[in-house]
Design a protein. Structure first.
Length: 235
């Protein structure tokens, strides 16, 4: 790794297992022969961030404080290991003064490059709002679960967060994918970082997009200078 490589700051803990999955991918995608070839990564795994899915629980101030602390500790660029928390992306960038490698944007661009016109998203309501906006900006439509199924998905999601990665949960997640495909989805985005813990490309008959994997690859490229640094907010 170059002496001039950038230090990555990661806002995590939402949830902890998903953050560890992201860090594993980050390490795997880094071209390294020695310890010193790896990236410097500053991580705040903070499971005390208010639940992004509970009305009235504002995660923004906590995320802003985390981002500022990561900047103060030496981070050059930020990543958020949570789809829904990207709702606070502007606040996080203003608080830290650092550019953000946007996971939602990265996943939407991947769907576009695959040629998809209708994209299914498994995510929280907050994540669905973000993906709808990003996909629409590139002339793609979002396919979401019906309201009752969305509620069931959230129950499955919290099972994963509790550590249940068993066959029943995996079967539930595959059933939600089938619902999205029945609704016309030509590709499916794992719009919550817990989804890839129980679902993989081999479980789908359409393209599967793992935003955490794509974010990890892009973080490596940016920090090693293989891809331009994202523009800072207001730049």
């Amino acid at each position: 790794m170059s002496e001039t490589s950038l230090a990555l700051g990661v806002l995590g803990g939402m949830g902890p297992a998903a953050t560890l999955d992201f860090l594993t991918k980050l390490q795997a995608f880094t071209p390294a022969k020695t310890d010193q070839d790896h990236l410097r990564v500053l991580v705040d795994i903070n499971p005390k961030v208010p639940d992004r899915n509970v009305a009235g629980a504002s995660a923004g101030p906590v995320l802003a404080e985390m981002a500022g602390a990561l900047a103060g500790a030496g981070a050059d660029v930020l990543a958020i290991a949570c789809n829904t928390a990207h709702a606070y992306a502007d606040l996080i960038q203003r608080a830290s003064g650092l550019p953000l490698i946007d996971m939602i944007e990265t996943a939407a661009n991947s769907a576009r490059d695959m040629g998809a016109r209708r994209v299914g998203v498994l995510g929280t309501r907050g994540a669905l709002r973000l993906y709808r906006e990003y996909l629409a900006a590139q002339a793609m439509g979002l396919v979401a679960l019906e309201p009752a199924q969305q509620e069931a998905f959230m129950a499955t999601l919290y099972k994963v967060k509790s550590g249940d990665l068993g066959p029943a949960v995996r079967a539930e997640m595959k059933a939600y994918v089938a619902d999205l495909m029945a609704g016309g989805a030509e590709a499916v985005i794992a719009g919550c970082t817990e989804v890839p813990l129980v679902l993989g490309a081999g479980d789908l008959k359409v393209d599967f997009i793992d935003p955490g994997e794509l974010l990890a690859r892009r973080c490596v490229a940016v920090c090693l200078g293989l891809e331009p640094l994202p523009a800072a907010l207001g730049a």
